[in-house]
Design a protein around this ligand. Structure first.
Ligand code: DON
Length: 314
């Protein structure tokens, strides 16, 4: 089934554009596609370039939000909202009328506030975040790409402006420069579809990370066995999924819910992760983006998959 979806997805090559506002991302070859499906029974199937690592970009916001929720619980809602913004991921329009409180943790402004919270808690946030991701994927070599982080950091004028703007409202604790360093590093983390599907499995499984029991990658390599752990409470996992459904694709969240109907998180590196609660996780990658910054082939592949399987958020 995944191979058929991939063949159909290839017909969409050329319909989107690789992100270019971060110079390093403009270098990525546009015509690539990968897809991995991990099921709660521990199995994993994949097609195409599912083992090729790419820049996870905004998908990192899902992991930082989960870390903040684990550490701070409901206190996060004092500094960020949980409503869809209906605006572009990098929009700052609502920030003034809403007095420096971003609409949700996934738009850039909200993710910057979450990274500010974590910057207060961790002297080395990149190490803490990578530690969690290495555990979830069983891949000790996971890392962020220095060149991509620098490329974004050198051109992060809008994100820096938003950080200062929020600071003027008292909703930013640390130096914006320091938080931007951490934010650009988290966005520059490189992961493959197989690794992303594995890393988000706890969200499909009531917060329980099942470990890497029976993973088979696109190349046929099997993963090591590891016992699972309760990574997040079941209640918190349910709430994260609700936010992913309503806010995970920014101003395309309604369209994604209509077409795919699953909690998702997208990134301008061309990756999308989708959670099918109780069933499994799906990660897709295609660097060509639509006008709202979401992967054209990725969205198509997810839509085909849910049509063929009947998976839905309920
Ligand atoms: O802050 C930025 O603009 C990027 N590092 C991440 C944006 C992103 O991935 C939006 N997702 N579709």
């Amino acid at each position: 089934m995944l191979n058929d979806i991939a063949t159909q997805a290839h017909a969409l090559y050329g319909q989107g554009k690789v992100a270019s506002y971060i110079p390093a991302l403009a270098q990525v070859a546009p015509r690539q596609f990968g897809m991995a499906v991990a099921l709660v029974d521990g199995s994993c199937v994949a097609t195409g370039s599912a083992d090729t690592q790419f820049s996870i970009q905004s998908i990192s916001k899902l992991f930082t939000f989960v870390l903040a929720l684990k550490l701070l619980g409901d206190a996060v809602w004092q500094r960020v909202g949980r409503e869809p913004s209906g605006a572009a991921f990098n929009s700052m329009v609502q920030l003034e009328t809403e007095k420096g409180i971003p609409r949700n943790p996934f738009i850039n402004a909200g993710a910057l506030v979450i990274t500010d919270m974590l910057t207060t808690r961790f002297a080395h946030l990149d190490t803490a975040l990578l530690g969690a991701l290495r555990l979830l994927t069983d891949c000790p070599e996971l890392n962020w790409d220095m060149q991509t982080a620098k490329s974004e950091r050198d051109t992060a004028h809008r994100n820096m402006a938003m950080a200062y703007f929020m600071k003027s409202y008292g909703n930013f604790v640390n130096a914006p420069e320091l938080v931007l360093d951490n934010y650009c590093r988290q966005c520059a983390i490189e992961m493959s579809c197989s690794q992303l599907a594995q890393a988000t499995m706890f969200l499909a499984n009531g917060g329980l990370d099942i470990g890497r029991v029976n993973a088979v990658s696109a190349t046929g390599a099997t993963g090591s066995a590891r016992a699972g752990e309760q990574f997040l409470s079941a209640d918190a996992a349910r709430r994260v999924n609700a936010l992913l459904l309503t806010c995970g694709a920014y101003d395309a969240a309604g369209d994604f819910a209509y077409r795919i109907g699953l909690p998702v998180k997208t990134g301008v590196g061309g990756g999308i992760v989708a959670i099918a609660p109780g069933v499994g996780t799906v990660a897709v990658w295609g660097p060509e983006l639509d006008a709202k910054g979401n992967s054209v082939l990725g969205a198509f592949a997810l839509e085909r998959l849910v049509q063929l399987t009947g998976w839905s958020h309920d």
